[in-house]
Design a protein around this ligand. Structure first.
Ligand SMILES: *Cc1c(COP(=O)(O)O)cnc(C)c1O
Length: 399
């Protein structure tokens, strides 16, 4: 279906694995005038974006900026800037995005030591510790903080400490965590980290915030050959975002205006309040889904607030139900990836979209469609009632 004009683009409620909804404030600033990429007014915006990104990522790293491109440009720039052909790297895979890391590392000629965890569980630090002990010559260890394919939140703090102990750099994909779940780059010993604009930050797809510390930049400086990609070479991009503002590419200003506004919104809300909002809506959603008789996929104890995985119940047609959600109710949720394709739904509650009205609306529509498919809950309204209970208890706890 190709819309004949822009008015024909439907207004969806995006509760999938991304993109998420952007705050109308963010969309409005994107229509501001174009200016030159070295205009003093633009440089002021860049400086503010870098400053607020440091606060959001909880880092003092000077080299903190959004890389031009979607989340994978963050992955590509970090891997490409660090890896030289023949380098050994350890990649801890807990789902689809970890596999993508392995594929990317291999393209750059890395010798990948791959660790695998069952899809739906997090790694125990002991497993990572053993791999580090067996491979102290690895250049870095990479892991996904929030695995969007499985709905797992991987604890990082102990892994960061282990990497330090073994003198191996720690590289983290925080695409679905930044702005929705606590992440403390400096305190957790993370040396390089990238994210994406369209998940919990609530910006349209097109930017990948990256931070890299001096330790990792020191390793980059010792490369025998420059990175294969000029466009995604972090040591060059950082000179454009740094004080000297050395031309490297044309700043994608509409995207950077959007990032500026989204980061202002985050600073206004406060990081902790934002994490608490994501946690609350995540737990209300999970309670509601379980009350509808559905089974959550990710293991209890490591469930990601910003993305919930739930099994498609027996007898329900995955694609048909998601099609009805979209076409009749304007609701987008995601299907499964890899081994979870066809049997798991991925429900995002990210950024601007993470709110009570969306949780309750989705639960009520899901109940309607599941009832029509013959899966009537024990009590009408069971999903919404369970979610309401979570909100009530949270409100009471605050009083
Ligand atoms: C979405 C996502 C990416 C990729 O981002 P794109 O914007 O699609 O390029 C990478 N890693 C994780 C964990 C993601 O959820």
């Amino acid at each position: 279906m190709t819309p004949a004009n822009h008015d024909a683009i439907p207004e969806r409620i995006l509760l999938g694995p991304g993109p998420s909804l952007a705050d109308p404030r963010v969309l409005r600033v994107m229509s501001q005038p174009m200016i030159g990429y070295l205009d003093p007014a633009y440089l002021d915006i860049m400086n503010e974006v870098a400053r607020n990104l440091r606060d959001t990522l909880q880092t003092k790293n000077a080299a903190t900026f959004p890389v031009q491109g979607t989340g994978f440009s963050g992955m590509d720039s970090c891997f490409g800037t660090l890896i030289e052909p023949g380098d050994k790297v350890i990649i801890a895979v807990l789902g689809f995005f970890g596999i993508r890391m392995c594929e990317m590392a291999e393209r750059y000629g890395a010798n990948v030591v791959r660790l695998d965890q069952e899809w739906g569980k997090a790694f125990e630090p002991e497993t990572i510790g053993e791999a580090l002990k067996a491979n102290p010559d690895a250049k870095f260890l990479a892991i996904i903080h929030a695995e969007t394919s499985t709905g797992v939140l991987q604890p990082l703090q102990e892994i960061g400490a282990l990497c330090r102990e073994h003198g191996v750099l720690f590289l983290v994909d925080a695409v679905t965590s930044v702005g929705g779940v606590e992440l403390a780059v400096d305190d957790w010993g993370i040396d390089i980290c990238y994210s994406g604009s369209q998940k919990c930050l609530g910006v349209p797809p097109g930017l990948a915030p990256v931070t890299i510390n001096d330790r990792a930049l020191g390793v980059v400086a010792e490369r025998a050959t420059p990175p294969a990609s000029y466009y995604l070479d972090l040591s060059l991009i950082k000179e454009y975002w740094g004080e000297a503002h050395v031309y490297h590419h044309t700043g994608p200003m509409a995207m950077v205006y959007a990032m500026q506004e989204a980061l202002r919104i985050i600073m206004e809300e406060g990081l902790e309040a934002r994490w608490a909002r994501h946690a609350l809506n995540g737990s209300a959603l999970r309670a509601g889904l379980e009350a509808l008789g559905l089974v959550l996929h990710a293991e209890a104890g490591c469930r990601l607030p910003s993305l919930t995985t739930v099994r498609v119940p027996e007898g329900v047609d995955d694609a048909a139900l998601r099609g009805r959600l979209l076409n009749e109710f304007n609701l987008e949720i995601g299907g499964g990836l890899g081994p979870l394709k066809g049997n798991t739904w991925r429900i995002g509650m990210m950024g601007y979209a993470s709110k009570r009205s969306n949780v309750l609306y989705l639960l009520s529509v899901l109940e309607t469609l599941l009832t029509e498919a013959g899966l009537r809950p024990a009590r009408p309204g069971a999903g919404m009632a369970a979610a309401q209970e979570v909100y009530l208890q949270s409100a009471e706890a605050q009083n």
